[in-house]
Design a protein around this ligand. Structure first.
Ligand code: AMP
Ligand code: GLY
Length: 430
């Protein structure tokens, strides 16, 4: 089979790496891919990003299966476009992708279907938004509606910060709120405390298959301090997701979501990622939905997955009113997987490009370096994005996985390289 992976980050490299292990795979194309996928002769990078062009390329190439990594092509309707031309693709339709692309949509959906989440109101009028903040007080959370590449959420510890966020999002309208008809909107919601986890499942419109649990580290600096990033590291399993929390998340959040989408006439197919906040009593609430896999959570999850991913995706995309994920069982490596992101100078603000990368080790059974912001020019590998590499390892426990990952990192060099030294600290037993 010829398989197409859409995207070019660490998540897509990990997906392609796993798909390449299947005996059913003949060739894997990645659009646009990165320096790491260019280096590996199992893969071919395709330099197309436009959805229609990708579809017509896939038709000509007779691509048997496409899997989508990032949210932007999903929100642009890539799945509808491929399906309308009888191409098999795993991901949500544009309408279903609103669970991520519109906070107002997803909050209203959760309210309608009784799915636990923070109390909230939606505003397009700044005067009303300011009045609501005065009424509720701080801490309070202000979220831009629409995709904002991780910059759309302000956890305001003071009312002044919340007012400022409203002005930034509604009055200045600097956060070009894309995929959002009717202008800028904000969701203002209750602050939730607890510990976060990433709960990711696959859905085929009806059936749900949970992936292994995971947790990421969103802040730039050790101790979970500093600015938010796309994620500086992740690990799987996540001990915070006990069997009881897992059962609750499935029963109270995931299953009602898949059923609710079906009932609303927009069945959800694809990876569904619920960002959970788990309180001291082990009760999870939904912080947000993503309609895709997490990055970097995917890297540790894929290295633990033992089942043939091509089989799983074929079952999930079986033609008909829904797929056959009910016939699939996932097997996981019992070891802990941990991924540490190596980021470029300046990340998460304007990051530097073009630093030469040296000392990359050969991948082994228990240590793989997934690429993200790298490019290969005339045989030279250099940095080209904010998150550059994700060193992903397997070991018998979190502490050993940390040791192994940081050992591998010691050999890797590029100017301005930054990473956290404490990935996994929440999972280490004291
Ligand atoms: P989101 O993009 O909605 O997941 O928000 C990004 C981050 O902001 C989350 O990972 C949380 O750390 C934080 N956050 C979002 N909503 C809340 C909330 N209601 N209470 C506390 N923290 C939140
Ligand atoms: N690691 C968080 C995300 O993928 O959104």
């Amino acid at each position: 089979m010829k398989i197409l992976v859409i995207g070019g980050g660490g998540r897509e490299h990990a997906l392609a790496w796993k798909l390449a292990q299947s005996p059913k795979t003949h060739k894997i194309y990645i659009a646009p891919g990165n320096g790491g996928t260019a280096l590996d002769c199992q893969f071919e990078n395709i330099n197309i990003t436009d959805v229609q062009e990708l579809r017509s390329w896939a038709t000509t190439q007779k691509i048997a299966l496409t899997v989508v990594g990032p949210e932007v092509p999903l929100a642009a309707g890539i799945v509808d476009e491929f399906r309308n031309h009888d191409l098999r693709i795993f991901g949500p339709s544009k309408a279903a992708a609103q669970l991520e692309s519109s906070k107002a949509f997803s909050k209203a959906f959760m309210k309608r279907h009784g799915i636990p989440t923070a109390d909230y109101e939606t505003f397009s009028d700044p005067v009303a938004a300011h009045a609501y903040i005065d009424l509720k007080g701080a801490p309070i959370v202000v979220k831009a509606d629409g995709l904002a590449a991780g910059k759309g959420v302000v956890v305001a510890l003071t009312a002044a910060q919340a007012h400022e966020a409203v002005d930034f999002m509604l009055i200045d309208n600097t956060l070009g709120v894309s995929y959002n008809q009717g202008g800028a909107r904000v969701v203002i919601e209750e602050f939730l405390s607890g510990e976060e986890a990433s709960f990711i499942v696959m859905a085929d419109g009806k059936n749900v298959l949970p992936l292994a649990t995971s947790q990421d580290h969103k802040r730039l600096l050790n101790g979970d301090l500093g600015p938010n990033t796309g994620g500086m590291g992740a690990y799987s399993p996540a001990p915070i997701v006990t069997p009881d929390v897992h059962a609750r998340a499935m029963r109270e959040i995931i299953l009602p979501t898949i059923r609710g989408m079906e009932k609303d006439g927009i069945p959800f197919t694809g990876f569904l990622y619920a960002g959970l906040m788990i309180d001291a009593h082990g009760h999870p609430k939904t912080l947000e939905f993503n309609c895709r896999l997490g990055d970097p959570e995917t890297q540790p999850i894929m290295i633990r997955l033992k089942t043939d991913l091509v089989d799983v995706l074929m079952a999930a995309t079986e033609p008909g009113s829904h797929g056959k994920l009910d016939e699939v069982e996932l097997q996981w490596d019992r070891r802990t997987a941990l991924g540490v992101v190596l980021a470029a100078h300046g990340y998460p603000l304007a990051h530097r490009k073009g630093d030469a990368i040296m000392g990359l080790p050969k991948d082994t059974e228990d240590a793989v370096v997934f690429h993200a912001g790298t490019s290969l020019n005339a045989g030279v590998l250099s940095t080209s994005g904010g998150r550059v590499l994700c060193v992903t390892v397997l070991a018998d426990n979190v502490r050993l996985a940390q040791q192994r990952a940081y050992e591998v990192i010691l050999g890797i060099r590029f100017d301005g390289m930054q990473y956290r030294n404490d990935i996994g600290h929440r999972a280490v037993k004291n």
